[in-house]
Design a binder for this molecule. Structure first.
Ligand code: SF4
Length: 338
């Protein structure tokens, strides 16, 4: 969990470690795994401490270890310290780290479910998924499906950051209007600022306009609106912020986080960041704006992992929806409001 602004997994581990652990044990039992690894960012000290304590308590009660609760199922659980760079959270990179190697995504196929850790079939799940398992087993799939939409059943944890009055994480049923999250949960933008744009699914999602605030928070609705639900980090951009600066920050993030092993990704992420820097400084003119979709389209899908595809949606949507911000930079070498 290293998307900018996302802290749901960390907070789950810090505050509900046994819920996460129960999910790990249930998932292991379901697939007949004999060993599970908790792969936790080494920077998350409180989460590591909390999970370590929960592991000890659960072992004491025979919820994991040899012959769980006197039955036939045995499970060993190991905690592995994860590097804190973004790509280390990719499933095959996690497998590499657990094998004692560098956090580099593998070429796929094969996917970890076919040939993962030490060549064996490996299920890699994130914390939020695992935290859902115990309540579903206890109350039934029908209960879980009573939340959300038929295509996106259940709930999701959304993150709101400092642009709103009440930042935090909020668990909501899929299908909840985005407006409810921003206005009722988040209390609206600070200082009653007007909204210029919304990034509904983290830095790799496409921008929405404020008049799309009534879109439902579920996979199909956000896809139909031209964006994606991503990791549930909702960023609201206040009026007065420059979208060129917003996408430059995003492009710099992906350029810095590319592990660099795929030439196309290395070239694409660095080129996009450099092109946006030029636009920011008023260089390149309209022909440069036309190059963005070519660079993005040419490199699409040419990496070992999905990072290569991530800068595309925010940049292309920004160019489509906020063209005047780009043109203002090209004409004056500065943000439109300055
Ligand atoms: S696509 Fe980018 S981040 Fe992913 S493995 Fe290739 S170089 Fe690394």
């Amino acid at each position: 969990e290293d998307e900018p602004g996302s802290k749901k997994d960390r907070l789950l581990m810090e505050n509900l470690p046994h819920l996460v652990l129960e999910g790990v044990i249930l998932a292991s039992y379901a697939i007949g795994a004999s060993i599970a690894y908790l792969y936790i960012n080494k920077e998350y000290k409180a989460a590591n401490d909390s999970m370590t304590q929960a592991l000890a308590e659960a072992k004491e009660s025979s919820y994991w270890g040899k012959k769980i609760l006197g039955g036939d199922f045995s499970l060993d659980i190991l905690l592995v310290s994860a590097p804190s760079n973004y790509v280390a959270g990719e499933d095959s990179a996690a497998v590499e780290v657990i094998e004692g190697k560098e956090p580099l995504p593998r070429q796929k196929p094969p996917f970890p479910a076919t040939a993962g850790l030490f060549g064996k079939p490996t299920a890699v799940n994130n914390v939020e998924t695992l935290a859902n398992l115990a309540p579903i087993i206890a109350k039934g799939a029908k209960w879980y499906r009573s939340f959300g939409t038929p295509e996106s059943p259940g709930t999701m944890i959304f993150s709101l950051n400092d642009e709103v009055n009440q930042p935090g994480i909020y668990e909501l049923p899929f299908g909840t209007p985005l407006r409810l999250l921003i206005e009722e949960c988040g209390g609206g933008l600070k200082e009653d600022k007007a909204m210029k744009a919304i990034l509904p699914g983290g830095p790799s999602s496409a921008f929405l306009l404020p008049d799309q605030i009534d879109v439902s928070l579920d996979h199909n609705s956000l896809r139909a609106a031209g964006s994606s639900i991503g990791c549930g980090v909702v960023r609201t951009v206040p009026e007065g912020n420059c979208i060129v600066e917003e996408v430059l920050r995003i492009a710099d993030f992906f350029a810095a986080e590319s592990c660099g092993q795929c030439p196309a990704c290395r070239m694409e992420t660095n080129t996009l960041a450099a092109m946006l820097k030029k636009v920011q400084q008023g260089q390149g003119g309209q022909p440069l704006l036309e190059q963005f979709s070519k660079v993005i389209g040419f490199n699409k899908g040419k990496g070992f992992c999905n990072l290569i595809n991530m800068p595309g949606p925010p940049i292309e949507s920004a160019l489509r929806l906020f063209r005047s911000d780009f043109e203002s930079h090209l004409a004056n070498g500065r943000c439109p409001q300055n």
